[in-house]
Write a protein that binds this ligand. Structure first.
Ligand code: SF4
Length: 330
């Protein structure tokens, strides 16, 4: 179990033993299998892993946006600022969602309402979470657009989403998400849908906003390069579990889990002999047919006998470095 306090840092988000199941046509699957995750105040935590490992459903669980059914939280706690988000009434959760915790998604065009001008949408977000009159809200909307680097914000507020590029739409989404001064920003693959140049601009913007407006952030991505640029700590997910969590430097310098080692080896490296690119053999297992023992065992180059029988739990093996792997069992 992860320690309660690390180096006097205060915990903002503490997910304990969270389990989430879905009923599907092919039977019940476990999307989150007792995850343990913590995020400290004023830090950016990267949540990485391959598609389908449970990153986005973790974010949606925090926001309490998992549709029930087919989803069902089996057990666990999501402690945010000391309160269990799974236990607070829906009215309080509505104030928390978009107020204390904001989220930006991968595809900004599907998050913006196509029939309203972007200014009205930001205005609505401001008025929903702050008790201010319309003029103050409008001024705040213009200010936020300036802050996210939009040229000519007074003109932009009168435009419809389809009149803006993908990069501009994502800047609008960031402005809306931050307009309520949230304690936590969840960014779910915020640059994946954008072209490479725009991706770099949005990443620069997020880094810039981290200096003053973004206090704490959970950044979901499959791209370790983005994590290296933006995050302070990293959690790696595999088939519904956190399998390694550490500070950025420790994770990149001394990755402990064979899966994390494989992910890092797969990053293109100009200095690799003959330009070779590492890869992880096999594919993510079908969640309805998970292997016994460690779920990574069919793909693991360091598999041992115990790995076929017993599933390893997440434990701290170095200071603030947690791993779920029998290689590090005492
Ligand atoms: Fe590999 Fe065993 Fe560690 Fe799983 S527990 S990652 S199979 S060594």
């Amino acid at each position: 179990m992860i320690r309660e306090i690390l180096q006097n840092q205060e915990i903002l988000l503490n997910i304990k033993n969270l389990t989430l199941n879905f009923n599907t046509d092919r039977g019940e699957i476990t999307a989150l299998d007792g995850i343990e995750l913590r995020l400290y105040k004023n830090e950016s935590l990267g949540l990485v892993g391959e598609t389908g490992c449970g990153k986005s459903v973790t974010a949606l669980s925090i926001m309490r946006l998992i549709p029930v059914p087919p989803g069902k939280i089996g057990q666990g706690e999501i402690l945010f600022d000391g309160k269990d988000l799974l236990k607070i009434p829906e009215t309080e959760m509505r104030r928390t969602r978009g107020g204390k915790i904001s989220m930006i998604f991968q595809e900004p065009s599907t998050s913006l309402n196509p029939v309203f001008k972007v200014g009205d949408q930001i205005l609505e977000a401001v008025q929903l979470h702050q008790r201010v009159d319309k003029m103050t809200a409008k001024n705040k909307a213009v200010q936020m657009l300036e802050r996210v680097g939009m040229p000519d914000p007074k003109d932009i507020i009168n435009r419809y989403p389809h009149e803006l590029s993908g990069g501009m739409q994502q800047r609008i989404m960031i402005a809306m998400a931050l307009s309520s001064n949230p304690k936590l920003l969840i960014a779910d693959e915020p640059t994946t849908a954008l072209d490479v140049t725009t991706q770099a601009q949005i990443l620069d913007l997020i880094n810039e906003l981290k200096k003053d407006i973004i206090s704490s952030m959970l950044l979901i991505t499959h791209d370790l390069g983005i994590v290296a640029e933006i995050c302070d700590r990293v959690a790696v997910m595999y088939t519904g579990n956190i399998i390694e969590q550490a500070g950025l430097r420790a994770l990149f310098k001394t990755p402990l889990h064979p899966y994390t080692q494989g992910l890092l080896n797969a990053i293109p490296n100009m200095n690799a002999p003959k330009g070779e690119l590492g890869f992880i053999p096999g594919t993510i297992p079908d969640l309805t047919k998970l292997p016994q023992g460690c779920k990574f065992n069919p793909r693991c180059p360091q598999q041992m006998e115990i790995c076929l029988k017993k599933r390893p739990g997440l434990r701290e093996v170095r200071e603030d470095h947690f791993v779920a792997c029998h290689l590090y069992s005492k």
